[in-house]
Design a protein around this ligand. Structure first.
Ligand code: FES
Length: 259
């Protein structure tokens, strides 16, 4: 088991207050609230945001990047877009000295599995196929209820958005339309297949390095490419304006228990 290591003097952190400390080579956010000392990893589990830089309110810290909130006592993720806890550590005070002992990584779901901030800046860091991924020779997917409903019907933007509700974020289990990830749908007559259409989707991600990105792009192409009136699907990743939680529909909020 790791040892308690001195990280600060009591007098260095006001109550309420926070600071960033290094413990055995790892960056840890240290908190002093209501006379209680707590510590969690300085890593937001959404996309590696630096939690010690966030806004502290009572026992909650808000990630400065996309606003996910964490309990500073347990590391629990309290709000979207984070869904996994960050690691909490043991803290003790002796005299004027504050000590932290690192807890073990909670298995493979730990924060180390997430992108660090340096990997998550700008579209250059998007680890996924980009804007001009073109015609998907989509393998015919099993026909779903909504796809069947649109078979033989003129394909409009509403129908495309309805089809896209079949594509779900693999962590949140909420579809990409209700998550507010679809910024635009463009339909145009296909030059290579009479009577068919090209569909271009402007899609964003909840963060530039969203690990679910490739899957969401692939599922989007599969679902739309399987429609009989579609000859090609293009998915364009758009990071400006950035996604924010207020883009979610009421349905998504209900599903995620956000009120
Ligand atoms: S990195 Fe923290 S909310 Fe996105």
């Amino acid at each position: 088991m790791a040892e308690f290591l001195k990280v600060a003097d009591v007098s260095e952190v006001p109550d309420p207050g926070k600071t960033l400390v290094e413990v055995d080579g790892e960056m840890v956010a240290l908190f002093h609230v209501d006379g209680q000392w707590t510590a969690i990893d300085d890593v937001c589990t959404h996309d590696g945001g630096p939690l010690a830089d966030g806004e502290l309110r009572n026992h909650t810290i808000a990630c400065p990047r996309h606003g996910a909130k964490f309990d500073i006592r347990t590391g629990a993720a309290l709000t979207m877009p984070a869904v996994r806890p960050t690691r909490a550590h043991d803290v003790k005070v002796e005299g004027n000295a504050v000590f932290v002992r690192l807890r073990a990584e909670p298995g493979s779901a730990g924060p180390a599995a997430h992108a660090l901030p340096s990997q998550a800046t700008g579209t250059a860091g998007v680890a996924m196929p980009t804007s001009t991924a073109s015609a998907t020779p989509a393998p015919a997917p099993p026909q779903t209820a909504s796809a069947a409903a649109t078979t033989g019907q003129p394909l409009g933007e509403d129908a495309v958005r309805e089809l896209l509700k079949e594509v779900k974020d693999p962590e949140l289990f909420v579809n990409i339309v209700d998550l507010g990830l679809i910024y635009g749908v463009t339909l145009s007559a296909a030059a290579d297949a009479a009577g068919k259409q090209h569909v271009a989707i402007d899609m964003t991600m909840t963060s530039p390095a969203c690990p679910a990105g490739p899957q969401l792009i692939g599922d989007t192409k599969r679902v739309l490419g399987g429609h009989p009136e579609v000859s090609a699907v293009e998915v364009r990743i758009v990071m400006d304006p950035p996604w924010t939680p207020d883009r979610m529909t009421e349905a998504a909020r209900d599903q995620l228990g956000i009120f």
